[in-house]
Every structure is written in structure tokens, then in C-alpha cells.
Design a protein around this ligand. Sequence first.
Ligand code: ZN
Length: 299
Amino acid sequence: MDGVTEMIDALADRVAGGGVVVLSGAGLSTESGIPDYRGPSGVARRHTPMTYQTFTRDPLARRRYWARSHLGWRLMARAEPNDGHRAVARLQHGGLVDAVITQNVDGLHTAAGSPAVVELHGRLDEVVCLDCGNQVSREELDRRLREANPGFDARVAAVNPDGDVDLDDAAVAGFRTVDCTFCPAGTLKPDVVFFGETVPAPRVARCFALVERARLLLVLGSSLTVMSGRRFVLRAAKLGIPVVIVNQGPTRGDGYAALTVDAPLGRVLPALADRILGPVPGGLAGSDPVGAGASAGAG
Ligand SMILES: [Zn+2]
């Protein structure tokens, strides 16, 4: 019995009917060099994630965040979409996937050519002023931070999905943050949803509307640990919309899934797109997703 072929067949059977809404998470971007801190490799976060409350109330914590993030941005800005992102874009252009809801803040779906992406938790390459609401690009802020911190040099140990890196206290103390240029001393924040912060209601409503119209909810690379993403699986399940999950390792949505596939996304998704749409001319057609396993659940 060929388990890999059967797995791709089972996925293709579900996806080929179209009307698919994708919900993607950090696991889709790990192959782009952005670690999935909840993924199967068991990489724990090196420090407590910044909460909205700490960021807004504690200037020192904010300085630490920006110092780390300033270094992490180098790596984030270099990250490129992988075969999984590209396969999702192909499925969209092929008319099978109607929309992508992503929990990722890396912008890689859009970079891969996906036309309709709802970035649930915002984008790390955009910055907003908490006082006047003005938005600027991270590129512009990066330029200002480099000017304010000439020669700033510190150890880059690891990068997390939100762009943090480890940094010692002395380096943080020497870092200069910059304020909004549109209002007096306005506090700048990456335009991403921090822990302790809620996703803007209109954005959530838009996602629910997409899920409710879907024929199939396809979860890609999310362990569905946080309710922010899991609620869409719960809504689909409640409405009898089938849920299919492709993720490395178990997820908190497995009990609701009609099909779960435990496999590397960068290999399964291109094989899936090839199976339904035909191979990309000159592409890596027929790459063998070794090490994959699938199981069909109830529903
Ligand atoms: Zn401002």
C-alpha cells in the first residue's frame, strides 16, 4: 500500500471540488526559515512573548522589544515564500481556493502571489502610531532606527515568528527607539496583534463570513493552540463544513477534522497542486513527500 499516494489522493478528493478557504499558521513558514515555536521540533520560546499591555505601559520593555525586533527584522525581511506558499497561490489562481486567512505576520502568502489574503494578526512590515493612527512601512522605520543607532551590533541568536531575537540588557540599554513623525512623541508599534490584544472586530467578521461561505476549511500548518484561529474551525464544524488539517504534529482541531495529514507542507502542497492542476512546466513536479502520514477521521 502506498500511503503517500493515498494521502495525496484523499487531499485532492477534498480540495478538487473548490470552494476552499485556507487557514494558515506558523508551520507553513518554517520552511522559509521562520521557526514555528509551537511546532513538532519542540523549540520553546526563549523569552515571554510581548503582551500589548506590557508594550504600551512599560517604556523599558518597549525599548527591549524594538532592539530585539530591529535585529530580527534583518532575518524576517530576507525570508522568502516556500513551495507551500506557492502551491496555495496556485490553488487560488486555479479557482479552487477562494481565500486565505493567515495567522502569520510575515506577508509570505502575498509575496508568493496569493491574491486574496486576510492577515488575521496583521503584518510585521507595517508600523502604526498608537496615538495618531498614522501608518508607516517597516522599511522606513528600519531606516530611522538604523540612523538613530549607528553601529548597533548585537548577537542574533534566534528569531521567533514575531521577529524577536535574544539580546542582553547592556545592548538593550544602548538602543534608541524613535517616535512617530506625524504627532508629538507618538508611540510606534508593529501593526500586528500582540498577545493580550484582540483582533479588530471587522477583520474577525470578515473571516467568519469567508468560513461560513466555504465548502471546505483547509488548515495548513497551525496547531490551533490559540482561540484566535481555532474559533474558525469551531464555526466550520458547527455549520457542518468539513475541516481538513495538514500539519506536522497533532493540533487542537483534530477532533473536528474529516481528514488530518501529518506531513511537511512544502512537499505535500506542491504534490497536491500538481495532482489537481497538473505539474508546473519546469517545476519540481512529482517531488515525493516522504515521511508523510495521513489518517481519516469521522465526518
Ligand atoms: Zn503619531
